[in-house]
Design a binder for this molecule. Structure first.
Ligand code: C2E
Ligand code: CA
Ligand code: CA
Length: 604
């Protein structure tokens, strides 16, 4: 046999690739015959593999393909494809896109791997393909075309879409859940910014609902919730949104308002819905609700601020005797003088060495070993004492001091990471929180790149946790920054998912690697059905989008067990350890190392 046929198959990134080559080992005079033979052999090989393969010339005309590909194109045999274009094969909509891809690969001489593209099937259906293209070269290494493979991922895409859909609606009442409602709020704000209209956020909480649950049982409580959701939904305009926020909390969003007072009739008719009694199991039940209203832009220009203020106003309504509604006012927020004191003390605090970092273990749920740590900032000031980060970070953010403080955090955290990695903890990663202001700092990337180099830490050891605020601007530079971080190997987490600081559209639009579920949901998954559903939805969404999911604030075995069952990857919380100093954290790692192989024991 004057031909040597070789081939191999290998896996990369969970993908199966098949290479085959045919080498002519015959005398020159046999070349033509051999080539013909080898081509037949090659075609046989290509027809026998479960991957679509095609190759085209520099004008994007097909030179050949395998049987599977021919079938997708509606052809009887691969030979029929020779000389045709995508347009001629009936892929009219996508022909331009495919041609652009071909051109990019041909002109750059570089492969383009594993990207997802839509296509129309011969019967007009919608397909999703995962495509890879590599340049096709001749013996002198001149690019003479492009060779591509693809896989039909329509089923996976459909399943993802289904999961995402399910993850957006409240199971009990069928109305949008917190995630979807927050997403709508972000959209309404965006729209209002363009049109100059106002958006009202009505936070509605049922009065004494806990009593209903406690005295009549959860089943009756659930039926009441379903009834309440139905009545509330009934009074909305088409453009309004209602969402279930948590146990007995609902949120109603009304956009396109001319005036803040336009939300009044809505609030009144929502309360009106409770004038009639609810009938459950032959019982007549009276239910009332309290409402707080915050309006964009006067009460906040971000979802988180609006929610917080609507919530504050709702509490005010409760305090004023319930079954009522109040607009948010600044007077409901106290503490202006405290703020000034914090601001004053914060200047110079870094130079005086008042900041330090604590580290909290992040644990792999699978085997309960430490996968890394989250660095958490602490501030101890002689005049103010220990100030919690939730209080001082926002001020550092507004004054811009966060940039230099954040640089201290990164440098310090990376220095510790090197030490801990030297203890041969495989793949130890450090998570660092970045606030929006830091993320917009034009020097951030150079600082990170230099910081990694100086510390001698690889990019993949660093995870940055950001919240929605960092992405709000929607500038192309945000994409560029994320892209650059990925090039450095740095992974990016969406922090506090579900709190109003994060929303679905960002999750889908930006290339996150990790999803962090906020501790406020995890905290009572064992008590509160609605929060359990939200946690389930967040995990399903994270998995559906191919992200690693971290649950925060895990305090009990029961919570952990639930998270394990739902397929959560990582956990953090007092069950495994509170944030501790670097020295204590080192001891903790040493312990784990001494017990190497044995499961990580919970903190005592
Ligand atoms: P975060 O990023 O959500 O951090 C997790 C918070 O949950 C920490 O609060 C942690 O102590 C707390 N925690 C952890 N496990 C449990 C648990 O099992 N139960 C409960 N109840 N809480 C738990 P901490 O340290 O007070 O930090 C609060 C927030 O301050 C952080 O929330 C983060 O947003 C911000 N922050 C902290 N350090 C930094 C920093 O260096 N830079 C920036 N920009 N923000 C920071
Ligand atoms: Ca965090
Ligand atoms: Ca968080």
């Amino acid at each position: 046999m004057p031909v040597r046929l070789s081939g191999m198959s290998f896996e990369r990134d969970g993908e199966r690739f098949i290479w085959s080559s045919v080498e002519d080992v015959s005398e020159r005079k046999h070349t033509e015959v051999a080539l013909l033979e080898s081509q037949k052999m090659l075609q046989l090989v290509l027809d026998s593999i479960p991957v679509r393969v095609f190759w085209k010339d520099t004008e994007s005309r097909y030179l050949g393909c395998n049987k599977l590909f021919a079938a997708d194109a509606g052809l009887q045999s691969p030979e029929q494809i020779v000389g045709k274009t995508d347009h001629e094969l009936g892929w009219k909509e996508q022909a331009e896109i495919y041609r652009d891809d071909d051109r990019k690969v041909i002109q750059s001489g570089k492969p383009k791997l594993n990207y997802e593209e839509p296509q129309t099937s011969p019967d007009g259906g919608r397909l999703w393909l995962k495509t890879s293209k590599i340049p096709l070269t001749d013996l002198s290494q001149t690019v003479v075309g492009v060779m591509g493979t693809y896989e039909d991922i329509t089923q996976r895409k459909k399943q993802e879409e289904r999961i995402l859909h399910q993850a957006h609606f409240d199971k009990l009442t069928g109305i949008p859940n917190r995630f979807l409602a927050l997403d709508r709020l972000a959209q309404l704000i965006k729209e209002a910014r363009r049109t100059g209209h106002k958006v009202a956020v009505l936070f509605l909480d049922l009065d004494d609902f806990k009593k209903v649950n406690d005295s009549l049982g959860h089943e009756v409580g659930d039926r009441l919730l379903v009834g309440a959701a139905k009545r509330l939904g009934g009074v909305l305009r088409d453009s309004d949104t209602i969402g279930r926020f948590g146990g007995d909390e609902f949120i109603v969003l009304a956009g396109g308002l001319e005036d803040a007072a336009d939300a009044r009739p809505l609030a009144e008719s929502l309360l009106e819905q409770f004038r009639r009694t609810f009938r459950v199991d032959g019982r007549e039940l009276i239910l009332t609700a309290s409402i707080g209203i915050a309006v964009y832009p006067e009460d906040g220009d971000k979802p988180a601020a609006l929610l917080r203020n609507a919530d504050t106003a709702m509490y005010h309504s409760k305090g004023e005797g319930r079954n009522n509604y109040y607009y948010f006012t600044e007077a409901m927020n106290r503490g202006v003088s405290r703020r000034l004191a914090l601001e004053e003390q914060m200047h110079g605090a870094l130079a005086r060495g008042e900041f330090r970092l604590c580290y909290q273990p992040v644990v792999k749920i699978r085997n309960r070993t430490i996968a890394g740590a989250e660095a958490l900032l602490r501030w101890n000031n002689p005049a103010l004492g220990e100030v919690p980060p939730v209080e001082f970070i926002p001020i550092a953010e507004q004054t811009g001091l966060i940039v230099s403080i954040g640089q201290y955090v990164l440098t310090e955290a990376l220095a510790r990471t090197v030490q801990w990695q030297q203890r041969r903890i495989d793949g130890f990663t450090i998570s660092v929180n970045l606030s929006p202001h830091q993320f917009r700092d034009p020097n951030l990337l150079t600082f990170i790149e230099r910081g990694l180099k100086q510390a001698g830490v690889s990019g993949k050891s660093l995870q940055l946790e950001i919240t929605e605020g960092a992405l709000m601007s929607g500038h192309p530079q945000v994409f560029a920054a994320l892209e650059k971080l990925h090039q450095l190997g740095v992974r990016v987490a969406m922090d506090d998912f579900g709190t109003g600081y994060s929303s679905l559209s960002y999750l889908r639009k930006f290339p996150f690697d990790i999803l962090t579920i906020d501790r406020s949901f995890v905290g009572d998954i064992s008590m509160d059905m609605a929060n359990r559903e939200l946690v389930n939805a967040a995990i399903a969404m994270g998995n559906g989008l191919g992200l690693e999911v971290v649950a925060e604030g895990v305090e009990t075995e029961e919570q952990l067990e639930h998270l394990t069952r739902k397929g959560c990857d990582l956990a953090q919380g007092y069950l495994f350890g509170e944030p501790v100093s670097d020295v204590e954290f080192s001891n903790r790692l040493a312990d784990q190392f001494a017990r190497q192989g044995s499961p990580y024991e919970t903190a005592s």
